[in-house]
Ligand binder design. Structure first.
Ligand code: NAD
Length: 527
């Protein structure tokens, strides 16, 4: 790739399972960002002219290269993020492959110019079309928890739309960032079209300050607020994919065996470090005892260990300080009346980042566990009287990312989904919609704004442009000056005709038509 940042420093690629620094990766110097942006801009100006069929061919080649390298990619994800290898395949690698496949196939349809039918009779003789133009350079700032799936999903959508990208991957996962850079180079995308910059907050800030045409940010609420403020100063539009506190509602008629397995996976996958983790579980009293017993029994069977071991179910947390946070959250909850039913301990015998998958009952909104993001392997349960209480309590949170409802009655599930404040609700499944290319992802309130994925996510990558061709090119418009009393009268008739009922249409049609056939008298001076 042409864009080679000058290395002034390195970032450690740290393995959370072993505590080892496995490799050092070159960091980008903040002062290089303006030049990187300028190269990306130049690359984008050519790329936007590249035929859609040629963009699709490159995306398909990217798919082929990633598919061939799938296990190597997964191994690096495991080494830097700690998750089990199978989770890296099902999440990071799957989403990257599927996004490439989706755009390679659907890009022509997504970018097709749309005809705009006009409902107003004043515009009937105009032909309107909307085309979708790229923004220019999209700045992407990513989190570490899905170090391939999140940046790859966003980069692919951005370049498919005709943008170039400067992406700051997380300083916790620099090797994954370097891999992404390598893959785009191997496919043969133009130089400087996809630029990975490496570093921490200072590089994220320098990227925003270099004024890309849009910022896509994925990360915590606290950083998101800073990013939104910096973007606002430059009037840079942004998408903010922030934290979640997703609720899982288990109704008494649910299949409790299935729902309890889902609760485990929803709370413990990626060691609970998922924006879409099940962080608040509400179970109806009628099913509570049996459901909680199943959760405890199944949690005890899970194997904690390094993600590189094929039989590991739950890997380590990302850094040792996150272990202390789990201890603090549990201590707070217990001091307020919650009960730990299994797990609840750090496992220094396995490594500094290991914490047991934990089930804790009698949790409520007074406890830290039900307030901020937990981002760890804790299944926190509250028993509720009924679904009304579950809906009310689920909605009582500053976060609004996603939720799930578990019931034997699909229609009831849909009705409850409609009442939950969230960007997505799954009935009888959790989290997996993130891997459905057509499903929009994103939330509101503390969970951020805008969308990634799906058509709504694609529309974040483009600017709609409306082009209008007039059908009466040889005629002056009635509203073009030399106003007078008869035009005022005709305008009044026109409004009655356009917005009145049928009898008004008949009564005012003639007067309204007059507006169209007026003589402006531009050739002579108005009296
Ligand atoms: P983080 O906020 O610490 O960091 C996110 C990114 O922002 C990193 O690349 C970081 O280096 C960068 N950054 C930090 N300070 C910055 C600044 N001042 N200016 C610009 N960039 C800056 O988050 P994290 O720990 O990497 O990720 C975990 C968080 O991300 C959780 O809250 C999780 O819920 C959220 N997340 C959300 C989604 C989603 O789609 N909604 C997906 C994954 C993760």
């Amino acid at each position: 790739m042409a864009t080679q940042a000058i290395s002034v420093d390195t970032l450690p690629s740290y393995n959370p399972a072993t505590g080892e620094v496995v490799e050092n990766i070159s960091a980008t110097h903040p002062e290089d960002l303006p030049a990187i942006l300028a190269s990306a801009k130049a690359a984008q100006e050519k790329w936007r002219e590249t035929a859609i069929v040629d963009r699709c061919a490159l995306l398909d080649r990217l798919r082929q290269i990633m598919l061939a390298a799938r296990n190597d990619l997964a191994a690096i994800v495991v080494r830097e993020s700690g998750k089990p290898h199978v989770e890296a395949l099902f999440s990071d690698v799957f989403v990257s492959l599927d996004t490439a496949a989706y755009y390679a196939k659907n890009l022509p349809k997504l970018l097709r110019t749309e005809r705009v039918p006009h409902h107003s009779s004043a515009a009937k003789l105009k032909s309107g079309r909307i085309s979708y133009e790229p923004f220019g350079v999209i700045g992407i700032i990513s989190s570490w928890n899905y170090p391939l799936a999140i940046p790859m999903g966003q980069i692919i959508a951005a370049i498919a739309a005709g943008n170039s990208v400067v992406c700051k991957t997380s300083d916790f996962t620099p090797k994954c960032g370097a891999l992404i850079q390598e893959m785009f180079a191997r496919v043969g995308f133009p130089d400087s079209l996809v630029n990975i910059v490496q570093g921490g907050a200072e590089i994220g800030q320098a990227l925003i300050d270099a004024r890309p045409d849009k910022i896509l940010f994925t990360g915590s609420v606290a950083t998101g607020r800073r990013v939104a403020e910096s973007c606002a100063r430059n009037l840079t539009p942004s998408v903010l994919e922030l934290g979640g506190k997703d609720a899982m509602l288990v109704l008494a008629d649910a299949n409790l065996d299935v729902a309890s397995s889902a609760a485990l996976w929803g709370s413990f996958t990626n060691c609970g470090q998922v924006c879409l983790s099940v962080e608040r579980l509400f179970v109806e009293r009628g099913a509570s005892e049996k459901f909680i017993a199943l959760c405890v029994e199944k949690t005890k069977t899970l194997r904690l260990g390094p993600g590189s071991n094929p039989t590991t179910d739950v890997g380590p947390l990302i850094r040792p300080q996150h272990v202390q946070r789990m201890k603090d959250l549990l201590a707070d909850a217990v001091s307020r009346g919650a009960r730990i039913l299994c797990g609840g301990n750090a496992r220094p015998d396995l490594g500094a980042c290991f914490f047991e998958p934990t089930v804790i009952a009698d949790v409520n909104s007074s406890m830290g566990l039900f307030q901020g993001e937990t981002f760890g392997p804790i299944l926190a349960v509250q028993t509720v009287a009924n679904s009304e209480e579950a809906i009310r309590t689920a909605n009582d949170s500053p976060f609004a990312l996603a939720a799930s409802v578990w019931t034997a009655d699909d229609e009831r599930g849909r009705q409850i989904a409609a009442r939950l404040r969230a960007g997505a609700v799954m009935v009888n499944d959790a989290i997996s919609y993130f891997a459905i290319a057509e499903a929009p992802h994103g939330g509101c309130n503390a969970s951020g704004w805008g969308r990634t994925h799906g058509r709504a996510g694609f529309l974040e990558m483009v600017q709609p442009k409306y082009v209008d061709v007039d059908g009466l090119a040889g005629k002056e418009k009635p509203w073009w000056y030399h106003y007078n009393g008869s035009l005022t009268h005709a305008a009044d008739d026109f409004l009655n005709f356009e917005f009145g009922g049928l009898s008004a249409k008949l009564k005012y049609a003639r007067g309204a038509l007059k507006t169209f056939f007026r003589n402006h008298g531009f050739k002579k001076r108005p009296s």
